[in-house]
Structures are given as structure tokens and as C-alpha cells.
Design a protein around this ligand. Structure first.
Ligand code: 9MJ
Length: 673
């Protein structure tokens, strides 16, 4: 039966009322009607929709648990990467963060800068995409680049609106935030689980993450989840406010829940006051937090500051003191990493700390190990802060058994027997075996196949170790020579997995220059440097041939990184492996370099850049100048032709004026180019 237009508007009116009460209850925490009255509205709408199924819309408040189970999660590629946060563990580290920010913005040390401060929730990060105000997709953070599609599960979370309230929201709006399980819900769930003899959650964070990754949305719906939004991703088709704090206010007007404890504060002192205040009320808050977050409030300045690999330079997580427990050291072993770094690790009698069982803890390096004087048999304090690797904080020397000995740095690599060397002034000791060392080879290969490098799905750590030990894998090129027969003959490898693996190896051959450069594992060349090199040079040949000076013209490449890149490509062995990889079919699209021209309008001119420019970052300005043939240096001298100055230019401007160097603004630069 088709519904009459009267019935249609009755359903729409019920939906409006329910949305309004949801908003009052969840976003504003200010309910206008008792729960029973809300339930009546809901039942009325359900009855109508049952009678007239045509009335059901995907954004109807009744549609939260309607989806059928899925068999796996689709991958979602984030259009803008989902970032993680750097940490500060003390006021000193916070001060250092603040100084770095002021430095980068070329602001004087005493300048005030406003930060948006908010509690750091301990849950799971999610991305919610709204199109024309309707929730169309929910995704996990995943590795920051690729997450999982969990739309069917986020729809079950009552405080997440299926449709935005009010008006003025962007046509496409991506809201990012933390899904968490409030303490009360966590405790109640676990008590039920214990009574029913089912599995309890270890901590609220696992509870949130695990609940979001249910294949059956009905299971997610049973979990008491909540969400606070804390940042914006994509926003198309409307201008958002230019301050983080105002965007969160706007979110709230649209019915998206934000943390009520947020505040805008002045400088480090304001941050510390906020930290103390939240810290003193931590136990009374209804949700678990592991610190607070400070974000530069102005989005202009955020953009100016940019990112270092996966973390923004404009934000920091100030963590509460870590949780600590006591346990015993069963052994101290030395692990060899990809670059040969020999790291001491304490093997511990398992201990439950900060929500997880810890049986290994890093001792960082040999100096740290000696400073703390950790010995086998010692009773130690193990510390774990949120998501940080557990460490041995200190030794309880009063409990030291008789006959223990100081641990020494091994003189030979525990894996390959090569000499272990430590350069003057370096804290890190390294195995000198290079790719002769099976540990370094295995780590280099793990890096090569990893998700952000060549991304060979199913090529796991155990398999690599097995193939390295049997000498079948010596260089990354050997990966592409593996055959179906040898793979399926391996332990724990069936025909099907071998054939899948061959397919993923084949698929990985088509890649990008950025991934390939990153995969090579050149020291100091992370993903973002690889991307800068790829876009600057366009072709691998040009990167290989670039001189030290040419390399340093790339944004973010300084003398140390340039030297690492040069010495990598100066090794004939590395060039040979690259040629073999290309012969075996590894390829990527190459592009024209953004090479500086010799006869550009700025050739022969030397620039210094200072202050905040109206439409581009300083790195972008640098690239533009170089493309036009100019040179950019760091400090003003008699050799400087122009100072490009933006807002809040400091001492460089004074110096340029003193030396009579011509000062340009962004518009003047663009007209020169
Ligand atoms: C949490 N976990 O509460 C961020 N976060 O911002 C807050 N996380 C964040 N902000 C940018 N409040 C990346 C992560």
C-alpha cells in the first residue's frame, strides 16, 4: 500500500522531532523530554514505517541497525591522510614544542599564541563523511592512508547523526573524531560478560576498536559507544571558520557531538593550566583519557606549519604520567634493525600494565642500558604510556640478587657475527655486516614489501625470515624471481596462498616513484622525503644523478639527508639491484622534473624568505623561486638580492633594511616570475 501524502508528512514530522530530541540529548546534553516520551515517538515512527515500507529513508532514525552483516571490510582510501599526534611527556617537552612552533612561524620567543586545548580520548579514530548533510560513509583510521569501511557500524552509534541539523554545512564534509566506550558502559559490559562467562574487554580503547570492527552491525549496536569530533577532513562547497575552536562550535550546531571540556588557551602557561585542571578531574570524567591535546587554533598558522611525515607540526599530545608496574628481567637481548642498529631489549616476566600484557621492553640503546644499569635477574619498573612502546623505567636495586653482572654491548653481531661498531659521538651501535647480515636483510625486505612501500600483500615477516635464512632472498630483486613451485613447497604454505602471493607480487610491480624510493630504505628517507624527491625530480634517473647541491634544493632535504641519498646511489651494488628490479618488470610512471631553469626570470638571483605569506607556505615559495631559476638561502647577507617578506617578519626584515636589500611581498614576487 502506498502512503498518502498526509502519512508521508506525518513520518517526516516524527523524524524531525526525533532528530531534534537526539540533538538536545546528545550534542547539547540538554534533553527536553523524558526517555519514555522519546521512545513513544520512535515507536510511532517504527509502526508507520512497518506499515508503509516505502516511507523508510536511509537517514531515518529507525535505520541504525538495519544493515545485514558483511563478510569483510572494504578498504577506504582517505582523501586527506588521517594524522597521528606527536607526544610531550613533561612541561619541558611542551616548551620545546612551543618553541619549535614559534620558530617555524618566525615569531619572537615571547609572542602569545592561542591553542585549542582538548582532552585526549582513548578510543578509536574514525572518519565520517556527510554528503548534503547525510551520513554516507564511516571509516577507521587504519594506517592513516587506508582505513576500513565501517559505515554499517557507525550508523548504530546513537550520538552520531545520520543527518546534520541546521544549515550552512559544506556539501561534502568529513568529520573526524574518536569513538569511545564511556567508563560506565565499559564496566557494565564487562560485568555482564563475566556473569555470562563470555569475553570481557581488556580496556576501553580495545573495546571501542573491537566493537567498530564487527562484521555484524547488530553486535556493534549492543555496545555502549559514543563519539566526540575533533577535526575536519574534506570540506567542499562552503567555507568553514578559520579557527579550530570555531569549527568545533559549528560541528555542535550541526548536531555533531564535541567534547564539552575543550577550551582556547594562551601559550604554554595556558596549556599547563588546562593540563592540571583536566588532570585533577580525570577520574571523575565519564570517559577514559590518556592526556590532553593542544592544537594551534588558527588554521592559517596550521597550514603554515604543515606536517612531518604523519604528524602535524601544529599539534601535540601532552600525556599523563604513564602507568607503571614491577616485574623481573629474564634476559637482555640485542636486536638488529634495518639499518644495523643494535638495540637492547629486556625480556620480562609478563606483567599487566596500562591495559596490556607486556613481556618485552625496550632499553633504547647501550648508554641508556648502562645509565639504568639493568641486569638479568633485576626487579624493574616497567612503564607504558598510552600507545607508546613499553620501556624499563628504573631498577629497584634493593632487590638485586647476588652475583648479577653488568650487561655489555656485544662486540659481534648476535645474528651474523660481524663487528659491532659505534661511531664517535653516536649513541647507536651498529652491526657492520650490511646486507650480509640476515637480520638487516630481513628487516630491509620487510620494509620493501610493507604497506607504504611496494605493498606486497601476504608477504609476512615469518615468510621473509624463512626465505632469508635459506638464502633464497638476498636482495629485493629475488622476490620477483620466486616461483609458484618453491613457494608452495614451503612450510605452512598451501597452493592457494602461494598462488595468491604470486599474484600480489605481480601486482606490486606497478608502483609509483614515491613508493619505490621509500621502499629502497635509504636512511633518513621517509615517505614524505620520498614524495618530495619524486615530485621534484620526476624520474629515478635524475634522483640517482643528482649532486649534493641539487638534492638540497628539494624541500625538506638538508645536508645530512642529501649525503645519505648520495652514498646510497654511489654503491654500485644498489644500482645493480635497481636495474634488476626494473628488468624484472617493476615500473612506475615518470614525469617531467620540476627542474629549475637556467634562463628563468630569476636566474642568478638569491632570495631569503621570512614571515607568513598570504597564499603559500615558505616551502612552496621556495619551489616557485627555484623553478624560475632563483636560489633560496637561509640568512640575509650582502649577497642577498631580495627578501621575500610576509606577515610577522622578524629580524631578517630588520637586517635586510639595514643592508639595503630589496624587500618583496608575495604579489611582487609573482609579478617578477
Ligand atoms: C583525541 N584522541 O582525543 C586528535 N584526539 O587531532 C584529539 N586526537 C587528533 N585530537 C589530529 N582530541 C590528529 C589527532
Amino acid at each position: 500500500m502506498k502512503p498518502s501524502s498526509e502519512t508521508k508528512s506525518q513520518a517526516e514530522s516524527l523524524r524531525e522531532q526525533i532528530r531534534h530530541h537526539n540533538y538536545q540529548y546528545h550534542a547539547l546534553d540538554d534533553p527536553e523530554i523524558p526517555d519514555a516520551a522519546y521512545d513513544r515517538l520512535m515507536r510511532e515512527l517504527l509502526a508507520l514505517e512497518e506499515k508503509y515500507p516505502d516511507l523508510v529513508t536511509p537517514d531515518s532514525p529507525t535505520q541504525r541497525v538495519g544493515d545485514a552483516p558483511v563478510s569483510s571490510f572494504e578498504t577506504v582510501q582517505h582523501e586527506l591522510p588521517m594524522l597521528s599526534l606527536g607526544n610531550a611527556f613533561s612541561p619541558e617537552e611542551l616548551n620545546e614544542f612551543h618553541s619549535r612552533v614559534l620558530d617555524r612561524l618566525e615569531m619572537d620567543a615571547g609572542s602569545t599564541l592561542q591553542y585549542a586545548a582538548e582532552p585526549k580520548l582513548d578510543g578509536a579514530a574514525v572518519s565520517l563523511l556527510y554528503e548534503d548533510g547525510v551520513l554516507v560513509r564511516g571509516a577507521t583510521r587504519g594506517d592513516g592512508t587506508n582505513g576500513e569501511d565501517i559505515t554499517h557500524n557507525v550508523r548504530t552509534i546513537e550520538s552520531i547523526p545520520l543527518r546534520l541539523m541546521g544549515s550552512g554545512y559544506p556539501r561534502r564534509l568529513e568529520v573526524r573524531g574518536e569513538v569511545f566506550m564511556p567508563k560506565a558502559g565499559f564496566d557494565a559490559y564487562n560485568e555482564n560478560a563475566r556473569e555470562a562467562g563470555t569475553k570481557a574487554f581488556v580496556n576501553p580503547r580495545n573495546a571501542a576498536a573491537g566493537s567498530l570492527r564487527q562484521l555484524d552491525p547488530k553486535l556493534t549496536a549492543e555496545r555502549p559507544l559514543d563519539m566526540y569530533a575533533y577535526s575536519v577532513g574534506i570540506s567542499d562547497g562552503a567555507n568553514l571558520p578559520d579557527h579550530h575552536s570555531e569549527i568545533l562550535n559549528r560541528f555542535q550546531e550541526w548536531g555533531i557531538k564535541v567534547c564539552p571540556e575543550r577550551r582556547v588557551v594562551d601559550g604554554v602557561n595556558g596549556c599547563l593550566e588546562f593540563y592540571e585542571d583536566i588532570g585533577s578531574r580525570r577520574d571523575a570524567l565519564p570517559y577514559e583519557i590518556d592526556g590532553v591535546v593542544y592544537k594551534v587554533d588558527s588554521l592559517r598558522l596550521q597550514e603554515e606549519l604543515g606536517f612531518v611525515s604523519r604528524a602535524p607540526r601544529w599539534a601535540v599530545a601532552h600525556k599523563f604520567p604513564a602507568q607503571e608496574e614491577m616485574t623481573e628481567v629474564a634476559a637482555v637481548e640485542f636486536q638488529v634493525g634495518r639499518t644495523g642498529a643494535v638495540t637492547p631489549v629486556a625480556r620480562l616476566k609478563p606483567v599487566f600494565v596500562g591495559g596490556v600484557t607486556v613481556s618485552n621492553a625496550t632499553l633504547h640503546n647501550i648508554d641508556e642500558l648502562h645509565r639504568k644499569d639493568v641486569r638479568v635477574g633485576d626487579t624493574v619498573i616497567v612503564r607504558r604510556a598510552g600507545d607508546v612502546i613499553p620501556e624499563v623505567a628504573s631498577v629497584i636495586t634493593g632487590r638485586r640478587p647476588k652475583g648479577t653482572r653488568r650487561v655489555q654491548l656485544p662486540t659481534a653481531c648476535p645474528v651474523c657475527g660481524s663487528r659491532v661498531a659505534r661511531e664517535e659521538g653516536e649513541t647507536v651501535a651498529r652491526c657492520t655486516g650490511g646486507l650480509f647480515c640476515a637480520a638487516q636483510r630481513a628487516e630491509a625486505l620487510k620494509h620493501f614489501v610493507s604497506r607504504r612501500a611496494l605493498d606486497i600483500e601476504g608477504f609476512g615477516a615469518k615468510l621473509i625470515e624463512q626465505l632469508v635464512l635459506s638464502d633464497r632472498l638476498q636482495t629485493p630483486a629475488n622476490i620477483f624471481q620466486l616461483t609458484m613451485e618453491e613457494l608452495s613447497a614451503l612450510d605452512r604454505m598451501g597452493e592457494k596462498s602461494a598462488s595468491n602471493l604470486i599474484d600480489s607480487i605481480e601486482a606490486s610491480k606497478t608502483t609509483t616513484l614515491t613508493r619505490f624510493l621509500f621502499a629502497l630504505g635509504i636512511r633518513e628517507v621517509g615517505e614524505s622525503t620520498a614524495a618530495s624527491l619524486a615530485s621534484h625530480f620526476g624520474k629515478l634517473k635524475s634522483v640517482v644523478a643528482a649532486s649534493d647541491e641539487e638534492l638540497q634544493a628539494v624541500p625538506d632535504v638538508g645536508p645530512v639527508v642529501a649525503a645519505r641519498i648520495r652514498s646510497f646511489f654511489d654503491e654500485q651494488h644498489n644500482i645493480d639491484v635497481i636495474s634488476t628490479l626494473r628488468e624484472l618488470g617493476v615500473s612506475w610512471p615518470e614525469s617531467e622534473p620540476l627542474a629549475p631553469s637556467d634562463d628563468g626570470p630569476l636566474s642568478g638571483k638569491t632570495f631569503v624568505i621570512t614571515g607568513t605569506l598570504p597564499s603559500m607556505t615558505r616551502d612552496e615559495a621556495k619551489e616557485r623561486i627555484q623553478l624560475a631559476g632563483g636560489k633560496v638561502t637561509g640568512s640575509v647577507s650582502g649577497k642577498t638580492d631580495y627578501l621575500l617578506a610576509g606577515e610577522k617578519a622578524g629580524s631578517k626584515l630588520t637586517k635586510a633594511e639595514k643592508l639595503g636589500v630589496e624587500v618583496l611581498d608575495e604579489a611582487a614576487l609573482l609579478s617578477l616570475i
